[in-house]
Design a binder for this molecule. Sequence first.
Ligand code: ATP
Length: 239
Amino acid sequence: VMSDPLLSVDGIDTHYGESHILFDLSLSVGEGEIIALVGRNGAGKTTTLRSVMGLTPPTSGTVEIRGEAIDGLDPNQIRKRGISWIPEERRVFGGLTVEENLRLAAHSGDGDQSAGFEEVYDQFPRLDERRDQQAGTMSGGEQQMLAIARALLGPETDLLLLDEPSEGLAPQIVDDVADIVRELNERGVTVLLVEQNAEMALGLADRAYVLETGRIVHESPASELLEDRETMESYLGVK
Ligand code: ATP
């Protein structure tokens, strides 16, 4: 018997007001997988994550977690079902210290907290060393690490929705972020990774979806897409 995927998006349409952004979009994320969702600027990647998280609810279609529909739930309720979202803009408070940033994240989870501070500091020794540093003075990679640590506080995270973690980072730091994602996955966190940096995302992912103007136009193992120069070029602009 096949068990239900951790996340299943089935035929969703999503609008912002009158603008129709996602068209009959389906994808699934199995327990333990890293899935890449790639595509050009404005293809609808962020909107897909917002649709899953209940921030911009789809106007049709269904979103299920382990076979259970979550349509109509608000973002907090969805967070409690084990889905965490890290927005593109990362949302760390630059004027607050690392510790204060983590404290705030822990309190937003209504107290039923599974991953505690010490666990997060164990996982990210670099943050441990910088507990009292103002987040705004940290490097982009360190801020991304803090954003991930914040997302892991509060209710247990089964699925992490990561929006462009490589954005604005130097290539070497992108590699560090890739290592963090890999490590999280090894610790049991399933990942849906949105990236414009297709090569980074495909290097990490098990499977990949390509999005083009709100429609899935390609789906395959990530390694296969990396070899598929035609698709890489026509939809992702990678030569
Ligand atoms: P990027 O990589 O640039 O973030 P993306 O693939 O994540 O792109 P989205 O941010 O999902 O794309 O945007 C998809 C489309 O929806 C774009 O045409 C964008 O202009 C439009 N859009 C996004 N947010 C809104 C909004 N709040 N109101 C109206 N249109 C929006």
